[in-house]
Design a protein around this ligand. Structure first.
Ligand code: NAD
Ligand code: DAU
Length: 360
């Protein structure tokens, strides 16, 4: 049994799907997962409804900062590994309200580390040796690159620029310290921008797909020339599985697909895909693109150097941006029920908060 925090969210939810599909493909017996999730606005049990229904996954609805709840879940389920995805994850929200980011990403990670270490310390010897704590983090901790800088490697100095990335950097440092000081068996992954099914529609790619289909403006921040390094979410999930199996304790692994793309090119790619799959009655989706006031402190460029994970672990992405974006757009066209479930009143309030004050 493994315990996954934040597995009702985008990447954690995809991970639950990937976990069972992968084990079946490799001929391994299904290993149960415990989903430990606070079910914030970003947590949607609908994403993992099939696994919850079949009993492959069990949901513990609680906050990682609630130490009693964490302790109880560890005692009850006795996991052999903890995969820590839970976080406040949206940069724009961290600019409007950083408090929740400090609570979950820093205090929550600290609470989880403390309780996990106490649990690990009293495990029988063989189980203690096999136990792993895998911390899922981001490339944003490294800050922003210029057009000519080399891509982020594991030795790039941390320089987080937003309250979100600062809180993730804080959590990475805690994880590192728990390995260095206590010998706690940690692994950390720092991944670039993910996209794919079940992506919460406050983020660039799902927001653009849904706004386009609804005839709304496609709000591109600033000059649209910021660069992100896009990775299909299932490739990230596979990287996490392989790091869990083969990663060296205390190490960090950068995960990325060498897909550096300017935001405006991401948006036009989506528009052209929709022109082909769901043509408008008149005009083209690109006509809806609207440049709006930039994100404060907007990082210019992210890029991952994945040499270490490729060489040491043998991981490589399976999807190109072309194949991944095709699967993603088709998924959003086909899954309107999931989309309706996640776009609550609170979601609409957020869209007003983030976009109303931006000048076109
Ligand atoms: P998400 O916002 O979609 O999901 C976060 C999940 O965590 C939700 O299910 C939410 O309910 C849960 N959660 C939030 N606060 C919690 C708390 N206090 N206790 C328990 N559960 C809580 O996030 P995501 O995009 O799936 O990201 C998952 C992880 O991957 C995060 O740690 C993020 O920093 C990291 N990451 C994300 C990306 C990306 O492109 N989305 C890239 C690299 C790394
Ligand atoms: O790099 C990894 C990170 O990627 C993760 O750690 C974060 O959790 C994840 O949210 C993502 O952060 P970004 O800020 O890069 O993702 P977002 O989808 O919010 O924005 C992608 C780019 O698109 C960024 O340059 C800002 C821009 N953007 C975003 C939105 C929501 C727009 O131009 N318009 C928008 O409306």
């Amino acid at each position: 049994m493994i315990l996954i925090t934040g597995a009702a969210g985008f990447i954690g939810g995809n991970f639950v799907h990937h976990w069972f599909e992968r084990r079946a493909k490799l001929g391994l017996p299904p290993e149960q997962v415990v989903v430990f999730d606070k079910l914030t606005y970003a947590g949607n049990p609908a994403t993992i409804a099939a696994q919850l229904k079949s009993g492959e996954a069990t949901l513990v609805h609680a906050d990682i900062a609630d130490r009693d709840a964490v302790r109880q879940a560890l005692q009850q389920y006795q996991p052999r590994a903890i995969l820590h995805f839970a976080a406040e994850s949206h940069v724009d929200r961290s600019i409007h309200g950083p408090g929740e980011f400090i609570h979950t990403n820093m205090v929550g990670t600290f609470s989880l580390l403390e309780e996990s270490r106490a649990y690990w310390m009293v495990m029988p010897e063989a189980e203690r040796a096999a136990f792993r704590f895998l911390h899922v983090s981001t490339d944003e901790v490294y800050g922003s690159l210029s057009d000519t800088d080399p891509a982020f490697s594991e030795t790039t100095a941390y320089a987080p620029n937003s309250p979100y990335s600062a809180s993730k950097a804080g959590s990475d440092h805690l994880v590192r310290a728990y390995h260095h000081t206590y010998g706690f068996p940690t692994l950390t992954t720092n991944c670039s921008n993910n996209y794919g099914p079940y992506h919460f529609p406050e983020k660039l790619i799902p927001l653009m797909i849904l706004n386009a289909l609804e005839g709304k403006p496609l709000p591109v921040y600033g000059d649209g020339l910021n660069i992100r390094d896009w990775l299909f979410v299932r490739d990230h999930c596979e990287a996490i599985c392989q790091v869990l199996e083969k990663g060296r304790l205390g190490e960090t692994y950068n995960v990325g697909g060498k897909n550096e793309i300017k935001n405006i090119d991401v948006v036009t790619t989506i528009c052209r895909k929709l022109d082909a799959l769901r043509p408008k009655e008149s005009g083209r989706y690109e006509d809806q693109i609207t440049y709006v006031t930039d994100r404060p402190g907007h990082d210019r460029r992210y890029a991952i150097d994945p040499t270490k994970i490729e060489r040491e672990i043998g991981w490589k992405p399976a999807e190109s941006f072309e194949t991944g974006i095709d699967k993603t757009v088709r998924w959003f066209l086909d899954n309107t029920e999931w989309i309706d479930t996640v776009r609550s009143g609170a979601y609409r309030d957020w869209i007003n908060t983030n976009y109303q004050g931006r000048q076109a």
